[in-house]
Design a protein around this ligand. Structure first.
Ligand code: KIV
Ligand code: ZN
Length: 515
């Protein structure tokens, strides 16, 4: 019987801490739903004390997501633990995750505390957290560079104080698999009460060893692995959830361990995170990269056609990767479209289905065939939030020797249409400037913009452009995606999606304040 490994997902906390990966409330909720469909055991929803926005997202996830534990991170300080508890108390299974650093370098230079002071604070704060919440996890930050004897003492103390999970992070990605495995074995044999707690590990990828270290730790007796989708996280990121899960799944014969994860949800969840953060995976990323299941060399293609197992150790279906079995076109009906959406893992309600089907028909008119990738891009460009501004039409005038001009007309919520003209450094800049004039966006900054071509055919002429933008206003960030066979239109749509997301969130905050 395979040993069960708990998957603790920290995409919404450590993943979100990565530069350029911040997500807003709506995005975080959607990612949390994907994580719940995946079947992770614990969702670390954020770090509640960090900002009111972080607090609200942790609280919203705790209130909405069921069937999974919801954790908030907290330094070993009363005010952090109070904020964490306040944010997660309505979760079905709340968990406070509190931490303090135990390595000499962190204690001396960051905390400016002696080991005895750190020990006392850890014990006191675990007791404090346990008075609020029945499930407390304690992390020894920078454990892999800590003095083992001190670490054993802290672990024994926090377990006696009520921690039911003890997390051993390789905070700076310094350990190697043999060392890290040995560390876990040594903890098991040197901490007398270790059987009263679950040992967890949390590995960073600075040397590219995060997954290997996590697996070595699991082999040495750790029962929980902390990881993120697409390996997002501070600096070089955290151990990638999809790599850990598929390693255990594909090499069950070797590891003798299993997780609760529904692997067929991996591709979907990875896409959701890319859409929410605007950060795409590198093409050769293991499991979820564009090329992870592509066979380019003739000799490989020949082998795969004869027997897929020649070059495939796992099937694309096992991670839920859509394949272009049947293409849809302009004669395809609503029913076929709805079925395809369901097959791709996008169950949508009536209203959204109508919108998407309309967009599909427009696309099918422009492209001869509509692939699964096209449909995914369409869905990715749609957000389930009310639109304050919608693109009605636009006209651009640009060229190599003239200043680009764009006239954009938007349809407002009340049905009125507003049109403005603007110039800019190229058609995209001019169009976004025209939109800013309509929405009054002087203080809105375009932080990031990227464009990918979806499903180009041999000639590439009927491909779709999938744009992603990130905007900021007063230090807060919103993302938006847009797709179109016209590249400029895809950027306009992405920009409007980000603006609508901002508007919706700010409106909701105002309503809450007024209530
Ligand atoms: O990397 C780390 O040490 C952490 C802890 C706070 C768990 O993220
Ligand atoms: Zn970390």
């Amino acid at each position: 019987m395979a040993r069960q490994i708990k998957i603790f997902d920290t995409t919404l906390r450590d993943g979100e801490q990565a530069p350029g990966c911040s997500m807003n409330l709506q995005d975080k909720l959607e990612v949390a739903h994907s994580l719940s469909r995946l079947g992770v055991d614990i969702i670390e929803a954020g770090f509640a004390i960090v900002s009111p926005g972080d607090f609200q997202s942790v609280q919203a996830i705790a209130r909405t997501i069921r069937g999974v534990s919801v954790a908030s991170l907290a330094r070993a300080l009363e005010k952090d633990i109070d904020a964490a508890w306040e944010a997660i108390r309505e979760a079905e299974n709340p968990r406070i995750h509190t931490f303090i650093a135990t390595s000499p370098i962190h204690m001396e230079f960051k905390l400016k505390k002696t080991p005895d002071q750190v020990y006392e604070q850890a014990i006191k704060m675990v007791k404090y957290a346990r008075n609020l919440c029945g499930d407390v996890e304690f992390s020894l930050e920078d454990a892999s560079r800590s003095d083992p004897a001190f670490m054993y003492r802290v672990i024994e103390g926090v377990i006696n104080a009520g921690a039911s999970t003890v997390n051993i992070p390789d905070t700076v990605g310094y350990a190697t698999p043999d060392e890290f495995g040995a560390l876990i074995r040594n903890i098991r044999s040197n901490v007398p009460n270790i059987d009263k707690a679950v040992i967890s590990v949390h590995c960073h990828n600075d040397l590219g060893l995060a997954v290997a270290n996590s697996l070595a730790a699991a082999q040495a007796g750790a029962d929980q692995i902390e990881c993120t989708l697409n390996g997002l996280g501070e600096r070089a990121g955290n151990a990638a959830l999809e790599e850990i899960v598929m390693s255990l799944h594909t090499r069950g014969d070797h590891f003798g361990m299993a997780t609760r994860i529904d692997t067929t949800q991996i591709y979907q969840a990875s896409k959701k995170v890319s859409q929410a953060t605007g950060v795409r995976c590198q093409p050769n990323k293991a499991i979820v990269g564009e090329n992870a299941f592509a066979h380019e060399a003739g000799i490989h293609q020949h082998g795969v056609l004869a027997n897929r197992a020649t070059y495939e150790i796992m099937t694309p279906e096992s991670i839920g990767l859509p394949h272009n079995k049947m293409v849809l076109g302009k004669h395809s009906g609503r029913h076929a479209f709805e079925e395809r959406l369901q097959y791709l893992g996008y169950p949508v309600g009536e209203e959204r289905l109508n919108e998407l089907f309309e967009a599909f028909k427009v696309l099918a008119d422009k492209k001869k065939t509509v692939s699964d990738r096209d449909i995914e891009a369409l869905v990715g460009g749609y957000r389930n939030i009310p639109e304050a501004w919608r693109l009605d039409r636009y006209v651009i005038n640009s060229g190599s020797s003239i200043t680009a001009t764009s006239v954009v007309r938007l349809l407002l919520k009340d049905g009125t249409k507003v049109e403005r003209v603007a110039i800019g450094d190229g058609p995209v800049d001019a169009s976004l400037n025209a939109i800013d004039k309509i929405v009054g966006g002087d203080d809105i900054r375009l932080e990031d913009f990227n464009l990918a071509i979806v499903d180009a055919t041999d000639t590439g002429t009927d491909a779709q452009g999938a744009s992603h933008v990130r905007i900021t206003r007063e230090g807060r960030t919103w993302n938006g995606s847009g797709v179109s066979t016209d590249i400029v239109e895809s950027v306009i749509k992405a920009y409007l999606a980000a603006l609508n997301s901002m508007n919706y969130e700010l409106e909701q905050e105002r309503t809450r304040e007024e209530a």
